[in-house]
Structure formats: structure tokens, C-alpha cells
Design a protein around this ligand. Sequence first.
Ligand SMILES: [Zn+2]
Length: 84
Amino acid sequence: MGIRFFRENKMKCAICRNGMTENGYTTVLLEKDYTTLVFKNVPAQICSNCGEEYVSSEINRAILSRAREESGRGITLEMLRFAA
Ligand SMILES: [Zn+2]
């Protein structure tokens, strides 16, 4: 499991090579040391055929910097609503 990146808004799915992606939202789970962060409502491109999810590198950066902040607080599990 990982985060895949996209450059364009609509693209052909790199996994099944059959479907096109659509705008949607996904949930991203990040685990770092003893901290688990769950980001809800993350903007994503989702394949209409196989359901593979793609998150932009911009949003990935935002998630990672947020994760660094949160893991510094010593929490073990946190649900976050992602706001772009
Ligand atoms: Zn696909």
C-alpha cells in the first residue's frame, strides 16, 4: 500500500490501463513509528475501472508536513479531516 501520484487531472490508470480517473476523495493512512494518522477527505483521482487511487504530489507534501507536526505531539492514533 502506498500513495501514487498524478500530474494531470484526468489520466489513464497506470494499474489496469483500462479505466480513466475521476475526481474524488480518499482516505490516506500514514504510519510512522508509534503514530498512526488517518486523513479523511483527501482530494484524489480514482480509477473508474479498478478503483486505484492517486494523490497529487502537492497534496502528498501537505499530508507529510502535517504528519510531522502530529507525530511530534506523541499521539498514537489520530483522525484528521484533510483541508486543502
Ligand atoms: Zn485502474
